[in-house]
Every structure is written in C-alpha cells, then in structure tokens.
Design a protein. Sequence first.
Length: 200
Amino acid sequence: MSGLQDPPTDEFSDKRLHISGAGTIGMAVLLVSLTILFAASIIAYLLIRSRASVWPPPGFPRIPSTLWLSTIVILACSLTIHMALRAIQRGSERGLALMLWITFALGLLFLAMQTLNWIEFYDSIGPEMQLRGQYLGMFYVLTGLHAAHVIGGLIPLGVVSTLASRGKYSANYHPGVRYAAAYWHFLDIVWVILFCVLYF
C-alpha cells in the first residue's frame, strides 16, 4: 500500500530502533527528575511566601515587568522547535535546520534578557536591602535554576542543529529532534509556572 513502509529488518536498523527506544526512556526519566527538582523549589518558595504577612516584603520592589518579554521569547522557542519537528516529519531537512537554529538563537536571547532582568531587579533594590531577604534570594534561585537548565538545553540543541544542517535526520529517523523538542517544551511549561508563581 502506498505510503506504508515495511518494518526495518537489517541489523543496523534494529540497532537504531533499540537506541531510539532507550533514548525515549532516558528522556522520560530526565524530565521526571527535573519535574521533582523544580516542584521542590517552587514548594519551598510558596512556603516562605505563605509565612510572610506582606509580599513583597517592605522595601522590596515587585518582580520586573520585563519578565513578560522573557516569557514571550521562551514561548517562541517552544513554537519554533515544534515547527522543526513538524518539518522533519514532512521530510523537510532545510526547514528542520532553519527552525532549530532559530530556536537556538531564541534560547540565547532568553538568557540575555534574563541577565538584564536580574540586573534591573538588583539595581531597583536599595543597598541596605541587597544583602538580605528571602524574597531576593528565592527570585534568583528559581530564575537561575531555570536559566541553568536553558544553558544545559542549548548544548544538545546545538549538537542536534549541527547534525540537522549536515542532513543526518530524515522523516523516518529523527530521535534527537524529538528529544530536543520534548526538553524545550518542558522548559517552556516550567517557566510559565515559575513566572505565574513569582509575578502574581
């Protein structure tokens, strides 16, 4: 029947399927582990916040409104990497490489914007408050933890993007793209939750 393929029978194809299956399990374990890490961090923040009579504490400003721009950028990352996955599923290697590199660039932009947000937030606090306060510390812990995982995601994304540019993926075999997409969607969801917890 047109459009259907026989299952791979050669030894090389069997090995590729085995590696792909192991990679899927590994990615699932990684995401579950990271979910626990971020959940614990958010719970710690909420417990600290629940014990405060006023939030933000007196003398501290609200979270920078420029975090909205960072949120838009990270949402765009999720969109472009989804477009990359759709492109290779259609067999478009050029579209895959383009969308992956755009995602990479947006990831760098997100980190740059977060750096500016951190500087703006720190500068908006008086010198007498900059060395104390759980409000200040938890903001940097939560956003810094997320930024660290964005950096961690850019490294394999760069590898996948390079391989895509060299034509290493096809419509029938693109596990690296799937793993990268799953990870960046995860970062997107985590950031939206962090943003809501911190901002509102």
